[in-house]
Design a protein around this ligand. Sequence first.
Ligand SMILES: NC(=O)c1ccc[n+]([C@@H]2O[C@H](COP(=O)([O-])OP(=O)(O)OC[C@H]3O[C@@H](n4cnc5c(N)ncnc54)[C@H](O)[C@@H]3O)[C@@H](O)[C@H]2O)c1
Length: 444
Amino acid sequence: MSENSNRPPCLDTLLAKIAHRSCTVGVVGMGRVGLPFAVEAAKAGFNVVGVDTDPERVASLKRGVSYVEDVPSGEIKALVLSGKLQVFGDIDDAPDFDVLTISIATKLDKSATPDLSSMISVAEEAKRKLRKCQLVSIESTVYPGATEEIFQTSFMSTGLTPDKDFFLAHSPERVDPGNRAYSEKTITRVVGGIGPNSVAVAKAFYEAVLDRVHVVSSTRVAELTKLYENTFRAVNIGLVNEMLRVCDHMGLDVWEILDAANTKPFGIMRFLPGPGVGGDCVTLDPHFLEWKAREYNFPTRFVGLATDINRSMPAYVIERLWRILNDRGLPVKASKVLVIGASYKRDVADLRESPAVRIMDMLTERGAVLAYHDPMVPSLKTAHLELKSVQLTPETLSHHDVVMILTDHSTVDYALIAEHSNLVFDTRDAMRQVANGHARVVLL
Ligand SMILES: NC(=O)c1ccc[n+]([C@@H]2O[C@H](COP(=O)([O-])OP(=O)(O)OC[C@H]3O[C@@H](n4cnc5c(N)ncnc54)[C@H](O)[C@@H]3O)[C@@H](O)[C@H]2O)c1
């Protein structure tokens, strides 16, 4: 039998549609991952249909208003007006897709065990739209094996043959919100498929949208690559946070040591200590790895250690604040604390798992009087607080006993903070950029 007779007709059908940009791309989950990708796919010439169950997000996109910092509203507006991007709140109302990418958020339950319910239900939704010659690519972060175990298993009940009648791939998203050096388009995409035909179609599709694609041998390799990347970050952040605390005990300045270590041109990478990790990548993904490894009777010790250290950082920050105030004869209770930066990292508005929010809650429990300033987060509601971001003025700064920098947004006026604050507790080394006023700054 010739090689060609084994080639499923669907493969050439879909490859031709991708090459001619004549296929419709569905993006399920138009969040921080789905929205930038949908915009890139539309800019690459595909007709894109976004699906999101959040009615506010759907309404916002229909008005051409972005809720993701790195995606300008103007781009969305132009794509919506030209019809290149349509948005629906229910997948069943959307037209048929030739390619479907899935980028809904993955979750853990209260005991840090993966909660697969959203993945299982989105697989059922995608199954209703599955048809012959379609590519489905999972972009959400999942445990190794999830694409096959959840999606392929579900899709096979349609009677369609995987890698022949439909194609299935995993391509983990690597976008880094707030990072201007690397965009959705320029970050190399890892792609793994359930078979050679799925790989061929997924590679062609992602190459049509993005600058570079790196193919791996299976969906499981692609899934574990993503978990390794984020675990790598979690472990290195855990290590530098542990160094911080070793230095605290030894009376040494960790920031000076890091500056020195980072002059080495090889064998070291720049990770900085801070008030803890946030977002839903570094905080969640190592748990997927830990959980799956347990199934193989292999306890992952680095992952657990890093998680423990990173999770203990908010409590450590509170203890340091207690010491700093105590040295000045002030109790935490009733002290006026102005927090700078509530989101989990610089230049994003995302509050998910933000250590700053945990610290604000913990300080409120201890009786501190809290206010916050965050140019990207106009208001916030937590377990103990409901606040609006205050203006950063000389009066606001001088009115507070301590200004606590928890997230170092680039648009904050640090010189103003240096000039007018009574005391600054800087957990991000943000005040380094300011020439004067260092006498009132205490670094984490
Ligand atoms: N945020 C990041 O920086 C980042 C980076 C790389 C990878 N990831 C991973 O990508 C995935 C998505 O993350 P995100 O940050 O975009 O999450 P997000 O919460 O910003 O977006 C997910 C969207 O999916 C929608 N949604 C949920 N269930 C749905 C359904 N059944 N049908 C349609 N829409 C549905 C939600 O309303 C939401 O708008 C996660 O697995 C995350 O770990 C995130």
